[in-house]
Design a protein around this ligand. Structure first.
Ligand code: EPZ
Length: 430
């Protein structure tokens, strides 16, 4: 099994090209099921989750073609890939394919809207909470679908004439349920109003792509989305949004080690709340034309309390990385996780570096220590695993991170990007 080995103590200096966002790429790829024409997606990151979703889409009959890249052109690092589901050959998304990634469940929206039926295995994904699918099922029922759960599968059937637009109110903000109901509603008869919709930039990215495909959507960036159903969607070309979580992760890595790095092909507006917290903690951050410059002196930062929130608040997907940063702060920081009920699994692993963290319910209290020691640690989920890398970058001596398949789900060329900025990091096989 591959591991990541890090010798801590080097500053990060240079440039890092931010990839297309995993969490935008996945729903965009799924949207290709809504049309028989070609959807061309630019800036797709090469990640395990993207590969897994390609397998799922192929199983439904999607033809996938990768365009040649110019390896010398940095801006073409992200791949251009076309997806064409001329026909949907199978309306079933089987357990073997869906169980590894929660987002694959979202195919239920387009399949149901276009084919009138879908059979999709209940999802899997990172073990960060119970993550039910009740909002999806209630939302689809509001659009007229009949839902049955049998043998671990959701079997959904639309009324004879297709889904029917309606008001859908989510009891709590859900990114995935917003994506799914929005996609389903694009082909429904009449108008759907989604209330308490997620405002995450990835939802806006999907909406903009759907509009290019002929959908009628308004209210992007607000909590109320209005979707007027159309008969058909057509082909389009769309560039995937930069990854705000990757951006924030590298910003925190620089804040941790000290140094100066330009994060290219990204945009501060995508993660302003996280950048504001870093500035409060003492990191220098400036916006540039096509990126963000991050500068820090590598000394312990000021402790700043954080509470995870839906967008535009501090993202839960940066909570573990921020906790790693606060391990060396000059004081005590409280980190409250409000989105998922079990997203502190990195605490036990961070303790191996000598961190002082106490968890009480939703709150982790991090008391800064001056020096971390290298350790053997284990990745427990995607974002948790990168928090261990961040700690390893400053820890004295050698750190090995095992179970790094979690990292490969969401960070493209992680070791390469860090190595180019001066980190001593490599992938080793046992
Ligand atoms: C998306 O997950 C992201 N995944 C997550 O990133 C991210 O952490 C999360 O949104 C919150 O920002 C992708 O985009 C692929 P939710 P999603 O539905 O859509 C509850 C990563 O590391 N809920 O917004 O699955 C749920 O349990 C991943 O890249 C219900 O109760 O999250 C949670 O407490 C991890 N019933 C809350 O809503 C439902 O039917 C928000 O979850 C649906 C959700």
């Amino acid at each position: 099994m591959a591991k990541i080995k890090i010798i801590g103590g080097n500053r990060l200096n240079g440039e890092i090209y931010i990839s297309g966002a995993k969490n935008a790429a996945l729903p965009l790829m799924i949207a290709s099921l809504l049309s028989e024409e070609k959807l061309v997606l630019e800036n797709l990151p090469a990640l395990a989750d993207v590969k897994q979703l390609k397998a799922i889409l192929k199983n439904h009959g999607t033809q996938i073609t990768e365009q040649e890249q110019n390896p010398k052109d940095e801006s073409s690092i992200g791949k251009t890939v076309s997806f064409q589901a001329k026909i949907i050959s199978d309306i079933c998304a089987p357990y073997e394919l869906v169980s590894e990634m929660r987002a694959s469940f979202w195919v239920i929206g387009p399949l149901l809207a276009r084919m009138g039926e879908a059979r999709v295995s209940l999802p899997g994904g990172c073990a960060i909470g119970t993550r039910p699918v009740d909002f999806f099922l209630d939302g689809l029922k509001q659009l007229g679908a009949k839902i049955e759960i049998k043998d671990g599968y959701v079997i959904a059937k639309a009324p004879k004439g297709g889904l029917v637009g309606n008001r859908v109110h989510f009891p709590k903000i859900s990114v995935g349920a917003t994506h799914t109901i929005m996609m389903a509603a694009t082909l429904a008869n009449g108008t759907t109003i989604i209330e308490n919709a997620a405002r995450e930039p990835e939802v806006g990215d999907l909406a903009n792509c759907l509009i290019k495909m002929g959908a009628k959507i308004s209210g992007i960036g607000t909590h109320v989305l209005t979707i007027e159903g159309v008969k058909k969607l057509h082909g389009a070309t769309h560039r995937t949004l930069p990854d705000r979580i990757e951006t924030g992760t590298y910003a925190m890595a620089v804040a941790m080690t000290g140094g100066e790095v330009l994060l290219k092909n990204t945009n501060a507006k995508l993660l302003q709340s996280a950048l504001d917290i870093l500035i409060k903690a003492g990191v220098e951050i400036s916006e540039e034309k096509n990126g963000i410059r991050v500068k820090a002196n590598g000394a312990g930062l000021r402790p700043v309390d954080v509470e995870t929130q839906e967008f535009p608040g501090f993202p839960t997907d940066l909570q573990a990385q921020y906790m790693a940063l606060m391990i060396r702060s000059a004081g005590v920081a409280n980190i409250k996780e409000t989105i998922f009920e079990n997203r502190f699994m990195h605490v036990a692993e961070l303790a191996r570096f000598g961190a002082d963290i106490k968890v009480d319910g939703q709150v982790a209290t991090v008391s800064g220590v001056p020096q971390l020691r290298g350790a053997q640690v284990m990745a427990t989920d995607l974002r948790a695993s990168v928090s261990l890398v961040i700690a390893g970058l400053v820890a004295k001596g050698e750190t090995t991170v095992s179970r790094i398949y979690h990292l490969d789900r969401g960070f493209e060329n992680l070791e390469e990007k860090l190595k180019r900025c001066g980190a001593q990091i490599e992938r080793v096989n046992d």
